[in-house]
Ligand binder design. Structure first.
Ligand SMILES: Nc1ncnc2c1ncn2[C@@H]1O[C@H](COP(=O)(O)OP(=O)(O)O)[C@@H](O)[C@H]1O
Ligand SMILES: [Mg+2]
Length: 391
C-alpha cells in the first residue's frame, strides 16, 4: 500500500493543448479516492499516468516515496481495472486470475491458494472453470477485479469499471468493490463520471473540470458545501435547482429579488453580498417542500404551477413552473399536489446557496464552513458553463 503525491503534474498529447493543467493531488495510504467529472475532463489521463501507461509532460508523480515519472508500468506495482473486462476469452476464470502469478513463476500451490482466496472474496468460487463468454457482465468484471487483485498491488486503479453493466449489477458490484476496500485497505483511485457512484464509494471525491481540480473533499463536503456553481450542479440527484436573482441592500437589510419576488436574507452568511450583484440561488429538490399552513421562521416561500409529477416510489419528483423557471421538488408520494395547480413551496434559508454569476463561486458560506474545505484550484476562468444539467 502506498500514498500517491502529484506536484504540478501536467499532460499534453503530442504537443497538443494541455489536457491536465499543473495539478497537485495527495492521496493517502489506504484511501479510496474517486476522480469525478464530465467526459473529457482528464480523469483517464490522470489514472493512466499513475499506472505508467501514459507519459508525464511536466511535474512529479510519486507512489510511496518513489518518484515514478520514469518508472515503467510493470515496476510500479499497481493494478488497473478497465471498463471493458479485458479477460483472455480462451482461458477459464481460474487461468485468467492465475495468469499474472504464473508469469512471475510463483509456485503452483501458492498460486492455487491465492486464486481461491480472491475468488472467495469476489464470489467467484463456483465460476473458476467457466470461460468469460458464458458469464454475465458483472461476473466478468468480478473476474477482472480478481485478476488485478491477485498480485496484491500497492495501488488499485479503476477506470469506469461499472459503465457496461445494467443498474442492478452496477449497484451490486459497487458494494463488492467497497467491501473489498474495507477488507484490504489498498490505496484506490477510481474514475467515474457518475456522481452517485462517487458519492457512495469515495472516502474523498476529487471533482475535475477541464483538466483541473474543481473541488476536493468528502462526499458530504461536496454535497453540502459546493464551492462553485459547477460543483453544485454536478453533485446530487435530482440536480440542484438554480434561480436567477439580484441582490438588493436597503440600509442594513439584505434581499434577493427573483421573478418579481423579494426574499429577505438575514445573518452574517450574507454579509458579503452587495447591492445589484447578479447571483444564482441554489436549492436542492429534497429541501423544497410543500409549504405548511403557517409560515415557519427561517423559511422562504415561492409559488409554482405543478407541471409534471414523476413517481419514484416513496417519493415523487414534482416539476414546478416558477414564473418561467423550472424547479424540481422531491415530495413524499402520499402527499402529492395536484397537476396544474399553483402550489406554495418553502425552503429553509439554511439550505440555500448563493453563487456569484460572474465568478461562479459560492458567496454564502459562513466563514467556519469555508475553512473546512479542501480546495485545490483557483476560480475557473472558463465561462458559458452553467451548473445545471451537466451530466
Ligand atoms: N491518446 C490521446 N491523444 C490525444 N488526445 C487525447 C488522448 N487521450 C485523451 N485525449 C484528450 O484528452 C482529454 C482528456 O481525456 P480523458 O483523460 O480520456 O478524459 P476522461 O477520462 O475524463 O473522459 C480529452 O480532450 C481527450 O480528447
Ligand atoms: Mg475516461
Amino acid at each position: 500500500m502506498a500514498k500517491i503525491v502529484c506536484r504540478g503534474l501536467t499532460k499534453r498529447y503530442d504537443g497538443g493543448p494541455p489536457v491536465l493543467h499543473p495539478l497537485d493531488m495527495d492521496i493517502d495510504d489506504g484511501e479510496f479516492v474517486v476522480l469525478l467529472g464530465p467526459s473529457g475532463c482528464g480523469k483517464s489521463t490522470m489514472l493512466r499516468m499513475i499506472a505508467g501507461l501514459e507519459s508525464i509532460t511536466g511535474g512529479d508523480l510519486a507512489i510511496g516515496d518513489v518518484i515514478v515519472n520514469n518508472l515503467p508500468a510493470r515496476e510500479r506495482n499497481v493494478a488497473m481495472v478497465f471498463q471493458n473486462y479485458a479477460l483472455y476469452p480462451h482461458m477459464t476464470v481460474y487461468d485468467n486470475v492465475a495468469f499474472g502469478l504464473r508469469r512471475l513463476k510463483v509456485p503452483a500451490a501458492e498460486i492455487d491458494r491465492r486464486v481461491r482466496e480472491v475468488a472467495a472474496m469476489l464470489n467467484l468460487d463456483a465460476l473458476l472453470d467457466r470461460k468469460p463468454r458464458s458469464m454475465s457482465g458483472g461476473q466478468q468484471q468480478r473476474a477482472a477485479i480478481a485478476r488485478a487483485m491477485i498480485k496484491t498491488p500497492q495501488v488499485f486503479l479503476f477506470d469506469e469499471p461499472l459503465s457496461n453493466l445494467d443498474a442492478k449489477l452496477r449497484a451490486q458490484l459497487r458494494g463488492d468493490i467497497k467491501r473489498l476496500h474495507q477488507r484490504l485497505k489498498t490505496t484506490t483511485v477510481y474514475v467515474t463520471h457518475d456522481q452517485l457512484e462517487a458519492m457512495t464509494l469515495a472516502d474523498r471525491v476529487i471533482l475535475m473540470r477541464g483538466g483541473q481540480i474543481e473541488q476536493a473533499g468528502t462526499p458530504s463536503d461536496l454535497y453540502h458545501f459546493p464551492q462553485t456553481l459547477f460543483a453544485a450542479g454536478f453533485i446530487g440527484t435530482p440536480a440542484m435547482n438554480f434561480i436567477d436573482a439580484v441582490v438588493q441592500r436597503v440600509g442594513d437589510a439584505c434581499f434577493v429579488e427573483a421573478q418579481g419576488q423579494r426574499w429577505p436574507l438575514a445573518g452574517p452568511r450574507f454579509a458579503a453580498l452587495h447591492h445589484g450583484q447578479a447571483v444564482k440561488l441554489a436549492i436542492r429538490p429534497n429541501y423544497l417542500k410543500v409549504a405548511s399552513a403557517a409560515e415557519e421562521p427561517g423559511t422562504l416561500r415561492l409559488q409554482g404551477k405543478v407541471e409534471l409529477i414523476e413517481l419514484l416510489g416513496a417519493e415523487a419528483l414534482v416539476t414546478l413552473d416558477f414564473s418561467g423557471e423550472r424547479l424540481a421538488a422531491l415530495v413524499p408520494a402520499g402527499d402529492l399536489p395536484e397537476l396544474d395547480n399553483v402550489v406554495t413551496f418553502q425552503f429553509k434559508v439554511a439550505d440555500l446557496h448563493i453563487f456569484d454569476v460572474q465568478t461562479e463561486r459560492n458567496v454564502s458560506f459562513p466563514v467556519h464552513q469555508n475553512t473546512r474545505i479542501t480546495f485545490a484550484s483557483p476560480a475557473h476562468q472558463e465561462t458559458g458553463v452553467q451548473g445545471a444539467a451537466l451530466h
